[in-house]
Design a protein around this ligand. Structure first.
Ligand code: NAD
Length: 389
């Protein structure tokens, strides 16, 4: 029994269901926020979904500010601009509204606004988070509008360090949103490409968490049901964005993936992060491209687990059947099969290939891969995803 030691965290309150965004003013009262900063991204800021949400605040007489200078794969300058706006407006909390980029940046503003150290001192390394003054972290209400990253239930924010072109994970337990409103109606307007990419991100989270080594049967249980929900519902949400039942199940799968990945992630993410930082490509879609290559690479360590997963999901044929189902799902969603099909002019020279592999093996997710991710292994995976084999 000696290795049955672990740490489990499931504390988020989620108000789940279509139309529940109407409860936002009540939620703000519940967490004691009277002057929130509403953080979203510039694309969403132009859409009716933001206007109708801000109208709810206007109608309830809530004072608020809006910050939308958030890049996809947000960067440090976005964070410090947001911190300035937060302080200047004397805001007392954050409404993080959007996909993973806006959710992460909103959470990071709430975290960083009143810290005296630079944000990079709180990278998810060892116990660096204990350097932060937890009493100064502002409360967060998270409202996801994509169904993939699960950032709404997570205690971290991903931020790109522009100087070194690396994506860093900033972690603090108190970065966890106080309350989440998960309203599938908010995701109905997602373009098909984003539906596919974010949905595959949820699948990557569930799959990698389930395959990560370590004792965490609660995460494993959540992850397998998350995988089943994605296979059943992502093609429906992709084919008909207004299918609110499929949207709802995808929203659950996204939150489940991020809940499960406290157990660990793996090489899909270790390779996806450098590409996101270097090429600014969509995170979930990059995961989707790498997924079959990493599955095959890890086969010897995960075959039995995947057989059980396939059986649970009703997929025949054991490991091979599951791998074929992943390929078929990618085809249905028009996921590019290779990196050159995905990233325009992608033809890295040796120096660039080595750089990507070096970045992958030090990525914090690499330790969760079921087979040790060596530099040779990372290069093999990269080359396979380039050649499509
Ligand atoms: P995103 O937030 O970058 O959004 C992608 C695009 O979709 C944007 O143009 C946005 O305007 C648009 N969009 C979002 N919701 C929409 C809607 N309802 N209707 C129409 N358009 C909509 O994409 P994402 O995949 O949700 O997030 C990716 C980011 O999340 C990356 O930066 C990644 O590193 C990060 N991430 C964080 C975690 C975490 O645990 N914190 C996990 C995975 C990924």
């Amino acid at each position: 029994m000696s290795n049955l030691v672990s740490k489990w965290n499931y504390p988020t309150t989620i108000r789940f269901g279509a139309g529940r965004i109407k409860e936002l003013p009540d939620v703000l009262k519940e967490v004691g926020m009277s002057n929130p900063l509403f953080v979203t991204d510039p694309g969403l800021a132009k859409l009716p979904v933001v206007a109708s949400t801000l109208k709810l605040l206007d109608d309830a007489g809530v004072a608020y500010g809006v910050f939308s200078d958030v890049k996809p794969n947000p960067v440090e300058s976005n964070l410090y601009a947001g911190v300035e706006v937060f302080k200047a407006g004397k805001h007392d909390g954050i409404i993080a509204f959007g996909g993973g980029s806006a959710l992460d940046l909103g959470k990071l503003i709430a975290f960083q606004a009143h810290q005296s150290r630079p944000v990079w001192d709180f990278e998810d390394i060892g116990d660096w988070w204990t350097r932060a003054d937890a009493s100064k972290i502002a409360p967060i209400v998270a409202v996801p509008t994509t169904a993939g990253t699960g950032s709404e239930v997570g205690r971290a924010g991903v931020l790109t360090h522009e100087a070194s072109h690396t994506k860093k994970v900033i972690f603090h337990p108190k970065m966890l949103p106080a309350i989440v409103i998960a309203d599938p109606e908010l995701t109905a307007g997602m373009p098909a490409f984003i539906t596919a990419g974010t949905g595959m991100d949820a699948l990557a989270h569930c799959l990698e968490a389930y395959c990560a080594p370590g004792y965490h049967p609660m995460a494993d249980g959540i992850a397998v049901e998350g995988v089943r929900l994605v296979f059943e519902n992502l093609p429906k949400a992709y084919a008909d964005g207004s299918d609110l039942v499929a949207r709802a199940h995808m929203m659950s799968a996204a939150a489940m993936g991020a809940t499960a990945f406290q157990k660990g992630l793996g090489a899909i993410h270790s390779l996806s992060h450098p590409l996101g930082a270097l090429y600014d490509c969509h995170h979930g879609m990059t995961n989707a491209v790498f997924m079959p290559y990493v599955l095959a690479f890890n086969r010897s360590a995960i075959e039995e687990r995947i057989e059980r997963l396939a059986a649970y999901c009703g997929i025949a044929g054991g490991f091979d059947g599951f791998a074929a189902a992943v390929l078929a799902l990618r085809t249905t969603l028009n996921v590019p099969h290779t990196l050159p099909e995905f990233i325009k002019d992608f033809a890295p020279d040796d120096a660039r290939r080595n750089l990507i592999a070096d970045m992958a093996i030090v990525d914090p997710t690499a330790g969760g891969n079921p087979i040790e991710l060596t530099k040779d292994g990372a290069l093999t995976l990269l080359d396979n995803a380039i050649a499509g084999k």
